[in-house]
Write a protein that binds this ligand. Structure first.
Ligand code: SAM
Length: 253
């Protein structure tokens, strides 16, 4: 899969994507990251890619033409008939989640447009953008960190990026549940012991404990996820038990 990133700070993308699992996936040729400097497409002799906002107000706005030309250079190189998926990173977009990561991992390539300053001239967004995506309800200085968050999550879903040991199939949000707690050596740390069942070597019991911990965690931290969770009859019974316990506690207060 190829990630094209339209940005004013290509070094940020190259550096941020060169480590760990994502760096290894690039070395192996499973994904590639093509950071395109929008400034290279500015006709301005100082390579400006922004201007003052019409109507006044604080800050600068990124101009249409350098962004459009940078986009067009990618489209021409692609030589495919279909239009590429173009994500504009914006706090005004749909909030990114694991489902979106999975669906985007099926694309052969994608373009990310990173805004800066006050944002981007609306007209070029109308012309090229297919998806407006936010990584959460807060405002960042630029879209680069947001694009890297998305690329990391999407790349993990591309076949071959994770090894079997790192498999994404048991991680949080699979089946709309959070993952169970994890432990490693030593067995006792600062007086805190690893749960006995994990030392038992009894695989079925360990699986059952992990499943119950996932349900418990989700109920405590993100109960709204449980509405869409894939729960067996046994899971549902366990969840009902947890809910009944918490009702008893509330009534006793
Ligand atoms: N004036 C814009 C607004 O109020 O919607 C915010 C501009 S922000 C300072 C600059 C750039 O950072 C945006 O164009 C966008 O690319 C990026 N950005 C900021 N917050 C983001 C978020 N939560 N998710 C994705 N991108 C974000």
């Amino acid at each position: 899969m190829i990630f094209h990133v339209l940005t004013l700070f290509p070094e940020m993308i190259a550096e941020g994507m060169s480590h760990s699992i994502i760096g290894r996936a690039q070395d192996a040729g499973i994904i590639s990251v093509n950071a395109v400097n929008i400034r290279d497409f500015s006709e301005d002799k100082h390579k400006h890619a922004d201007d003052y906002p019409y109507g006044g107000g604080a800050g600068m706005v990124m101009s249409c033409e350098p962004i459009y030309k940078a986009y067009d250079s990618i489209v021409r190189e692609r030589r495919r008939r279909s239009r590429p998926r173009v994500v504009y990173l914006t706090p005004q977009g749909q909030v990114f989640n694991q489902e979106m990561a999975k669906s985007m991992a099926e694309e052969e390539d994608m373009i990310f447009l990173c805004g800066h300053y006050e944002g981007v001239d609306e007209r070029v967004l109308e012309a090229i953008v297919t998806d407006r995506v936010s990584i959460g309800d807060y405002v960042l200085s630029g879209g680069e960190l947001a694009a890297m968050v998305m690329m990391d999550a999407i790349a993990r879903m591309v076949p071959g990026v994770l090894t079997n040991e790192e498999s994404g199939s048991t991680e949080s949000f699979e089946g709309n549940l959070l993952e169970y707690p994890q432990y490693t050596r030593p067995e006792v740390w600062q007086g805190r012991k690893v749960p006995e069942v994990l030392l038992s070597g009894h695989h079925a019991k360990i699986e059952e404990w992990r499943r119950q911990q996932s349900i418990l965690r989700t109920l405590l931290v993100r109960p709204e996820l449980l509405d869409g969770a894939e729960l067996s009859k046994k899971d549902q019974k366990y969840l009902e038990g947890l809910r009944a316990q918490s009702e008893c506690k509330n009534n006793a207060k």
